[in-house]
Design a binder for this molecule. Structure first.
Ligand code: AMP
Length: 225
């Protein structure tokens, strides 16, 4: 009897748990533990600013896909031969496999550091990206969709260009990215709605933009739809 309980304990050390049938089950992986809220919106809509507010208000972690890609650009060019800066300069989406790799690394790192509730800013940019992400067992809980007028967004991007040093903060690339966002976002929203995930539209660019996340209460700062 003593021998058997030692055997079970040794097995539990390896697997952490045993299921009811006596078989081994693993604890949830870091990717499975992460609770993700996606944040999307056109260029210059203020996703980063609004995410920073939510970090302060809710204590969630903010991961910006664009920032992660910019930070990892040199390494990815060396390791995978993928030139992220060239994609950005053309206003094009970086291949989904590259995005997925960089996201998985960042999420695993964050969960290991005890941060399981994550705002994923700039993701998804397509339904294909969403499916690949979900296939890795990451759970998307909801999506915040920030919207604003084209004129306001363009002005913000041109203003940001004065100091950002970003290769894509130009009027020509803005037009491409803004159109790309309009084309892709409706399909993404339809997919989320089919999957019965919460999609919250928030108006964050225009006459009442100063109200910012006031519209999360459902009051609408200037009309969210
Ligand atoms: P952002 O920092 O969100 O304005 O994104 C800047 C650029 O990074 C985009 O124009 C794309 O080239 C790239 N990028 C950001 N997020 C994604 C994503 N989810 N999928 C593919 N490319 C992305």
């Amino acid at each position: 009897m003593q021998k058997r309980s030692w055997t079970i304990m040794a097995k539990m050390d390896q697997t952490n748990t045993l299921d009811g049938a006596g078989g081994a089950t693993s604890p949830p992986s870091e990717l499975e533990q992460a609770q993700i809220i996606c944040v999307i919106g056109g260029p210059g809509v203020g996703k980063g600013t609004q995410c920073a507010r939510l970090v302060t208000d809710l204590g969630v972690l903010h991961l910006s896909v664009g920032d992660l890609l910019r930070a990892g650009a040199d390494k990815i060019l060396t390791k995978q031969g993928i030139d992220i800066v060239a994609y950005m300069r053309d206003g094009k989406l970086v291949p989904k496999e590259t995005v997925q790799g960089i996201l998985e690394d960042a999420i695993v790192f964050s969960v290991k550091a005890g941060k399981t509730h994550i705002l994923l800013d700039g993701f998804p940019r397509s339904v294909d990206q969403t499916k690949l992400f979900e296939a890795s067992n990451c759970k998307i809980k909801a999506m915040l969709l920030f919207q604003g007028s084209r004129e306001t967004l363009l002005q913000r991007v041109l203003n940001r260009a004065k100091t950002s040093g970003r290769v894509d903060d130009t009027e020509a690339i803005f037009e491409k990215r803004y159109q790309g966002f309009l084309d892709e976002s409706e399909e993404i929203i339809r997919y989320f709605e089919q999957e019965e995930k919460l999609v919250k539209r928030i108006f964050s660019g225009g006459p009442n933009e100063g109200k910012g996340l006031g519209s999360l209460d459902g009051e609408g700062a200037g009309g969210g739809n």
